[in-house]
Ligand binder design. Sequence first.
Ligand SMILES: CC(=O)SCCNC(=O)CCNC(=O)[C@H](O)C(C)(C)COP(=O)(O)OP(=O)(O)OC[C@H]1O[C@@H](n2cnc3c(N)ncnc32)[C@H](O)[C@@H]1OP(=O)(O)O
Length: 442
Amino acid sequence: MAFGIEAASYYVPSLYLEIKDLAGKRGIDPAKLEKGLGLHKMGLPDVHEDAATFAAEALLKLIQDYHIHPKDISRIYLGTESALDAAKPTASYTIQMVEKVLEKEFGARCFKNCDVVDMTFACVGAVDALHNSLDFVRVNPDKKAIVIASDYAKYELASSGEYTQGGGAVSLLISAQPDLLEIENHWGVATESVFDFFKPRRYYKKEDLKNSPESFPDKIEIFTDEPVFDGQYSNQCYQDRIREAYQHYKEVSGKDQPYKNWKYLIFHLPYAFHGKRVFTEIYSLENGLSYETPEEQKSVAKSEEYIQFINDTIEKTQRASSEIGNMYTASIFMALLSALQTSFNENEELAGEEIGFLGYGSGSKSKVFAGKVSENWKQVVSKWDLFENLKNRTAIDFETYEKLHRKQVDQSVNQNYKGFGLDTVELENPVLKGARYYNYSD
Ligand SMILES: CC(=O)SCCNC(=O)CCNC(=O)[C@H](O)C(C)(C)COP(=O)(O)OP(=O)(O)OC[C@H]1O[C@@H](n2cnc3c(N)ncnc32)[C@H](O)[C@@H]1OP(=O)(O)O
């Protein structure tokens, strides 16, 4: 019996900033961002959007486009590192929003008996959700699960992460009828606890707090949506973990040089060119090339063979990322959508082709696994129009971007938006303080 992805949908935030506008204001050579890292546009949420609305949009679209009966879904596992609450899962907000819209057709609380939870491990949390959901359908082949990856990748203004920001969601229907991709049951895993990128409870000393009232305790804890990170160290951790997980994948699958059979290599892409920049090490190891000195590493990256290999196996996976930016948990799945949509648009036949995945989450863990494109893949992809939909977003200027980032804008940029949006956050009622309420406009 085969298991894997039956259908997939996505949502990208409705606003974007041209990367060259950011480069100009920050005094960065635009060529570094465009030609060095592959960045063109940075997707950004409007005032009413967050990880829960992204997820709700992707879930509703999946259900509507593929005519899914919500009561047939036993589990919705949501991978995110942009949780809106440290106890109440983002998935619970998501199903509440979608239930309201589906109420007319399916009655109240259509997810009443659905097992819903968030999974968090930085950018690999949705791969974990996929892994768990596949295990679930393997044990219960008559049941279906939905995986949602949803995040807003926000970094401190003027930091080295700023130009890699982005966001959005991807939803996947997981079942024993994998019309898009059949996923095999070999998982290479590598884990090490490190501090390359994390979102701690931040501690502020009293003297650091401007105008802090006398009543403040000596230390206060504040949750923040911007990570503490060391960019070059996180690159190193990513490279180390995928090398270890790839090696483990070889051991558990018994496959020799598996990457050579992969039509596409799908990476977690914190920025578009990351996969092709880090894979040089595994490529060198597999091909007996020296990879010790920076000169040797450059020479692999610049070799004709490697450039040809990238053009064949990675370039198409990068295209959506260049237009959106980092989507944290959703990036790896958006890279899959990007490659499949491009092949579809170019009338390429992919049925039977093998695809390899190299996931990474800071903190840190990598998972490597593979799948085979199904006979029906084109029917699934025909619903996406990914690159056309990216053209429907609204461009904003740098000043608006900075205000949105600082949360200094009260009203949505697109005031006549359609779809899900945050309506209010309760600030007064002490037993509901912080509760978030959403609406839907059609
Ligand atoms: C969250 C995770 O997934 S962990 C893994 C990634 N980490 C992150 O995403 C953390 C947040 N991001 C960051 O800290 C940073 O944006 C990083 C680490 C990703 C990138 O760091 P930077 O210092 O901006 O870039 P870096 O120096 O590594 O690379 C710039 C590239 O542009 C190239 N470049 C620079 N100037 C130019 C130019 N004018 N024209 C063309 N290319 C240029 C450089 O040669 C280099 O490419 P190469 O090494 O392939 O030759």
